[in-house]
Structures are given as C-alpha cells and as structure tokens.
Ligand binder design. Structure first.
Ligand SMILES: [Zn+2]
Ligand SMILES: [Zn+2]
Length: 149
C-alpha cells in the first residue's frame, strides 16, 4: 500500500510517481491539501489559490481533484449531503466535524478500528469514520464565558 506522509517535500516527484504530469496548478492544488489538512471543498481551494495562479478556474480545480482521485492520491469525503470535501490519501484516520465552527479535523489515526481487516466476515477496503460534535477550541470558548463570537 502506498503510504503518504503529510510532510512530503517533493510534490512534483510524488505526482510523477503516481503517473501525473506535475503542472504548476496541479502542484499548487496538491500542496494546498498537504499543507493545510483542512479538507477543503473545490470552492475553498479555488478562493485560496486564484490570487497566486491568475489563470486558475474552478473547473481546473475540479478536474485536477478528479484526476487525483482517479490516480488514488486523494479521497472525497461526504459528511454533509451538500458538501463534498477532499483529503489526501495517507494513513487511515477518522474525521471530526464541529457543528459550531464547521471545521473538519483529523482524529485518532491510531484507533484500533483501522487495524481491522474484516468486519463480520466481510473484507474492508476503505474506512470512512467520522464523528460530529463540538471541537476543543469551541468548547474553550463556550466554557470560557459569554463573549465567544
Ligand atoms: Zn469548532
Ligand atoms: Zn483527514
């Protein structure tokens, strides 16, 4: 299994290894996913990158992500019906969605559930595990008093 560490330095080489021609926008889009780990939507990626890459369009972002998914280096996450987010395919981990600030964070990469190869006699190929609740930062704000936003 291809294992990707979050701190990969040579994105161009990584893309090439996975059969992807490393054009500038492909490198920038993949770099964004690796760097921020924020599980962005296409809109988020576009709005963050279009200033750096003026020729970038939303369609390009969408097509690039589709290519990454096809090549198996990115996965789509559908946690809310109306929101498709993306994550790089690395070590298996669960996601925690904060219902207050909307953030989607990585949790418990060493959870025992990920070590399971089968469930009730069925072979596991992918894990999609997520939790919903209130994140640490929001809890602090709530417990810290009345002047949270
Ligand atoms: Zn939160
Ligand atoms: Zn993740």
């Amino acid at each position: 299994m291809e294992k990707l560490k979050y701190n990969i330095n040579d994105i161009a080489a990584y893309l090439k290894d996975n059969g992807i021609q490393p054009s500038v926008h492909r490198i920038k889009i993949f770099e964004y996913l690796v760097k921020y780990k924020s599980h962005p939507t296409v809109d988020e990626i576009y709005s963050k990158l279009f200033r750096k890459i003026p020729i970038l369009s939303k369609t390009t972002v969408y097509n690039t992500i589709s290519l990454f998914i096809k090549k198996g280096i990115v996965v789509g996450l559908t946690i809310e019906d109306n929101e498709l987010r993306y994550d790089i395919k690395g070590e298996a981990h669960a996601h925690f969605k904060c219902i207050r600030c909307g953030k989607l964070i990585d949790v418990e990469p060493n959870c025992d559930l990920f070590k399971k190869k089968d469930v009730c006699g069925n072979r596991i190929i992918e894990h999609h595990i997520y939790f919903k609740g209130i994140c640490k930062e929001c809890l602090k704000k709530i417990e810290g008093g009345t002047n949270g936003n």
